[in-house]
Design a binder for this molecule. Structure first.
Ligand code: FAD
Length: 443
């Protein structure tokens, strides 16, 4: 493939896009403003994107060996009841859990993801892109876009204080909440009712959820002002954050008071100093999207495309899957298939927009008053074809673990692989696929 791609940002979205492009023979450069490993909020991962990382790059064993706590699901104190309720990734675990202790849980074949410290996790993904042949440039900031006749043809970058023009056939914006391209074209739209601020800290010595799940779930608890996340990210380390509708930063006294009222197991916990010595960190938590996700010479991926409130912990999943989807669209558009570029970009945009809207609807429902636990599950069920899942509870899991969208991506990927194979054999791929569809319908 002769086309050259430029990816702006080396977080999960940019690294995955670049890794997949490079893995399939494309020339790609990534510019990342920081030097990895760098700190990032957003530590609780979903299983579907981890299985994509394994499928496309074989990263499953490496991630499993990094010492992160397994996550079998999430526990909530939310809704009409104060009784904790859990969402388990593995349907079999619903039956087995009451009879398990922690050792049996960990030894069992149950589906899980991980809660991770983002610095080493994100670093691994960017290193993978470089290993596969991407030209990864850290400490390099994209300052602005280069346009010619209305088409984006590259970016002006800053390297050691010196400006340079980097040209490309196509630019992928993965700059996270900086939204370099979206802001350049004035396309960014915030969601007014989902604007919040997160204040968080890391603790050593915290406990875990009662019973065998212990430190193997993400725990979410409402407090009068908002909600708290409790995410074990290491054997002894826990990320704890409070999300409120405040526009200003929370002070330490209020943070401590809310944690003390939450009932979370923090009695023996010690706060870990962050950068600069203070223990609190802050993140803006405003949901937003863009009026277009693709354009002439560019596309948006991950947070740079859209972001939905973190209550469902879908951001990294959205970023990794988005990277896979974006790269697949580009490989088909610029590869030997020479498929119709406009329609491939339109499909990418439609898929990402529909995932975003499903999450947004669910997040809005979540924040409504007096919602019952069953209500959350039924709301998720509305987003899923009825034949795809057995119960509203499983529909909730299918949607929020990213599996619904990942399955769609895998079908597209397999279709592309099949077509490549048929082309190599000199066989008419359309005719074979038509015949296979007809045979399936008859059968
Ligand atoms: C409070 C809060 C809690 C969250 N909790 C979770 C959670 O539990 N689970 C979850 O999955 N998600 C969570 N998220 C969301 C998650 O953090 C993001 O969705 C995820 O990091 C998106 O990945 P990305 O690659 O798109 O962007 P990022 O991870 O932000 O990566 C973008 C990269 O681009 C680089 N960059 C930016 N500008 C430039 C530039 N001009 N030039 C070059 N490089 C640039 C940045 O340095 C950065 O490395 C949370 C978010 C918030 C705000």
């Amino acid at each position: 493939m002769t086309a050259r791609f430029l990816v702006l940002g080396g977080g999960p979205a940019g690294a995955t896009t670049a890794a997949m492009l490079a893995r399939h023979g494309a020339a790609v450069t990534v510019v990342e403003r920081t030097r990895m490993p760098r700190h990032h909020v957003g530590e609780s991962l979903q299983p579907a994107s981890l299985s994509l990382l394994d499928r496309h790059f074989g990263l499953g064993p490496t991630i499993a060996g990094m010492g992160f706590p397994r996550k079998y699901g999430a526990a909530y104190v939310w809704g009409e009841t104060r009784d904790p309720w859990t969402v388990l990734f593995d349907a079999q675990l619903e039956t087995d859990l009451p009879g398990l202790d922690e050792a049996a849980l960990l030894a069992g074949p149950y589906e899980h993801s991980f809660n991770v410290e983002r610095a080493p996790f994100d670093h691994l993904l960017l290193q993978e892109a470089a290993r596969l042949g991407a030209d990864v440039r850290e400490d390099v900031e994209a300052e602005s876009l280069i346009e010619e006749d209305g088409r984006v043809v590259g970016a002006r970058i800053l390297v050691d204080g010196v400006r340079e023009d980097l040209r490309a056939d196509f630019v992928v914006d993965a700059s996270g909440q900086r939204c370099l391209v979206g802001r350049h074209f004035g396309l960014t739209r915030t969601v007014p009712d989902l604007r919040a601020t997160a204040t968080y800290a890391w603790f050593d010595g915290a406990g875990g959820f009662p019973g065998p799940l212990g430190r193997h779930v993400q725990w979410i608890v409402t407090v009068p002002d908002g909600w708290i996340w409790f995410i074990p990210i290491g054997p002894d380390r826990t990320s704890v954050g409070i999300v409120t509708r405040d526009r200003s930063r929370m002070d330490e006294a209020r943070f401590d008071a809310l944690l003390a009222s939450s009932g979370l197991p923090l009695e023996h916990a010690r706060a870990v100093p962050g950068e600069g010595g203070g223990r609190l960190r802050f993140a803006r938590d405003w949901s937003f999207s863009h009026t277009s996700l693709t354009g002439d010479g560019w596309m948006l991926v991950g947070d740079a495309a859209a972001f939905v409130d973190p209550i469902l912990s879908g951001g990294v999943d959205f970023a990794i899957r988005g990277g896979c989807q974006a790269a697949l669209a580009l490989l088909r558009a610029y590869g030997e298939e020479r498929a119709d570029r406009a329609s491939l970009l339109a499909t990418y945009e439609a898929d990402v927009a529909s995932d975003y809207k499903a999450y947004l609807r669910l997040a809005r429902y979540w924040y409504g008053n007096n919602r019952s636990v069953e209500g959350f599950f039924w709301e998720a069920h509305r987003e899923i074809p009825p034949h795809a899942v057995s119960t509203p509870y499983r529909a909730f899991v299918y949607l929020t673990t990213g599996k619904l969208a990942a399955d769609r991506h895998v079908r597209l990927f397999q279709d592309w692989q099949e077509r490549k194979m048929f082309r190599a054999l000199g066989v008419d791929a359309d005719a074979v696929q038509r015949a296979a569809r007809a045979a399936r319908q008859e059968g």
